[in-house]
Ligand binder design. Structure first.
Ligand code: LLP
Length: 443
């Protein structure tokens, strides 16, 4: 029998040195000792490498990378990518504010999303961002009204739904006709014409996004071909198209997935979309940040489960919800390099009071014990951004490592700060004894 395969982290910026897992030049145990666990840790070198890898494969194309901020909106992370030249794809006023604060020029920001409010549209227009990707006729009309009132023109891309199944997890597939996103592609010409006729609206192009964690080029090929056909039809109707936004979606390695090579993706864009002579926008999120981040936790207990050991860690589904929400696989490795080859098969769980708070089932691990630290890999994308305070757990802090420096880029909130946001109404503040009497009286 071959021994079960142990997890490894896909990103070389996280590697063992002198027996201990480091982020670049910084031992993670040192950060843990300083700020406690759980915490997120991002590697600036890994972020830069991911960005440069994609950027270099695109040099022969008129393409801009607008980083999909939703994957990780920590302003320090955005700042690393902005310094590399990245723009931003944002989906809320909060993300516009973070992108601007991180140094992304407004002229490199595109605004996506199915439910932008008038206030958000006004904020985006006021900031002077590059373009707004509109997803419906009512949104076009709202934007027209807002732009007119402000006396400005809104540059708009019409997001079309190409009816292509990205064949990824059903919760993150976005380009099938029944999905809530965009305008059915067969109505694209009609809606583009409507946009061109609305005051305050300047249609500049077409946008798509078919899903996330794609591991095959086929759905992209089908979607890009449909986009090319759609652009030809709009032009045939006498309307100008100068920009095409291809969305994000490029998948990463969590376990043994083989990602689409950036060069292959670029070659497909060159073949299918570049001949249209448009500016091209890409919105990669996960592929820029996913493997550049880990979640570090401590083992609180190792308990004897009915079938196997259960490793209880101090991180939970409120910190990283992907396993609970998408049955996602995240590698788990100890910070202390294992000295023996002994293996334990265990479940790894968080402390939250529901069964879905489980990081791994029947996972082969090096033998670990209470007090040890572990790193959960592939946590740079859709990790901290999707965290909550469920079970009244303070949000985990986020650390950025850059060479042998590190900085806390989001603090762990104190319990007092957490409680400070709540108010108990005055009428409930009667003396507990009096309340007891009232209740007895009512009974
Ligand atoms: N552009 C648009 C319009 C999007 O909706 C998304 C992601 C992206 C770009 C970036 O996609 P990426 O390159 O990261 O695949 N929470 C899920 C993923 C949700 C993706 C939502 N949209 C997860 O943890 O897997």
């Amino acid at each position: 029998m071959t021994p079960p395969k142990l997890d490894r982290l896909a990103e070389p910026a996280f590697a063992y040195r002198k027996g201990s897992l480091q982020a670049e030049g910084v031992p993670l145990a040192r950060i843990a000792a300083e700020i406690g666990t759980p915490f997120y840790c991002y590697s600036a070198a890994a972020l830069r490498r991911a960005y440069r890898g994609l950027a270099q494969s695109l040099t022969h194309l008129p393409a801009s990378i607008c980083y999909g901020v939703k994957a990780n909106s920590n302003p320090a992370v955005i700042a690393v990518l902005a310094q590399e030249g990245a723009g931003a794809d944002v989906v809320s006023e909060g993300e516009i504010r973070k992108a601007l604060a991180a140094g992304v020029p407004a002229a490199r920001i595109v605004f996506s999303g199915v439910g932008k409010t008038r206030a958000e549209l006004a904020f985006a227009l006021d900031a002077g961002i590059r373009q707004i990707n509109v997803e419906s006729e009512p949104e076009l009309e709202a934007l027209s009204a807002v732009a007119r009132k402000m006396g400005v023109n809104a540059r708009v891309a019409v997001r079309v739904n190409p009816n292509v199944d990205a064949r990824t997890h059903h919760k993150i597939t976005t380009g099938r006709r029944q999905d809530k996103f965009g305008i059915p592609i067969d109505r694209a010409v009609e809606v583009y014409r409507l946009a061109a006729g609305l005051p305050g609206i300047e249609p500049v192009g077409i946008a798509i996004h078919i899903g996330s964690q794609l591991l095959s080029l086929d759905p992209y090929r089908r979607a890009f071909k449909k986009v090319a056909k759609c652009v030809a039809e709009i032009r045939a109707a006498g309307l100008a198209v100068r920009s095409i936004d291809l969305g994000g979606g490029i998948g990463i390695t969590y376990r043994e997935e083989v990602p689409i090579p950036f060069a292959d993706y670029a070659a497909l864009v060159a073949e299918t979309v570049a001949p249209l002579g448009c500016d091209i926008v890409l919105e990669p999120g996960r592929a820029m940040v996913g493997n550049a981040g880990i979640l570090v936790a401590s083992i609180v207990y190792v308990k004897n489960g009915a079938d196997r050991p259960i490793v209880v860690i101090d991180a939970a589904m409120n910190d990283l919800i992907r396993p609970a929400l998408y049955d996602a696989y995240h590698p788990i490795v100890p910070l202390q390099e294992p000295k023996s080859r002994d293996i334990m098969i265990a479940d790894v769980v968080g402390p939250i009071c529901e069964t879905s708070d489980t990081f791994a089932i029947e996972r082969p691990l090096p033998v670990v014990a209470a007090g040890d630290h572990v790193a959960v890999g592939g946590a740079g994308a859709y990790g901290a951004v999707m965290s909550s305070q469920y079970n009244s757990r303070p949000l985990a802090p986020e650390v950025l490592v850059d060479g042998d420096r590190f900085a806390v880029t989001r603090d762990r909130p104190a319990y007092d700060e957490m409680l400070a946001h709540y108010r108990i109404p005055e009428w409930l503040k009667a003396e507990p004894q009096a309340r007891g009497r009232l209740q007895r009286g009512a009974a």
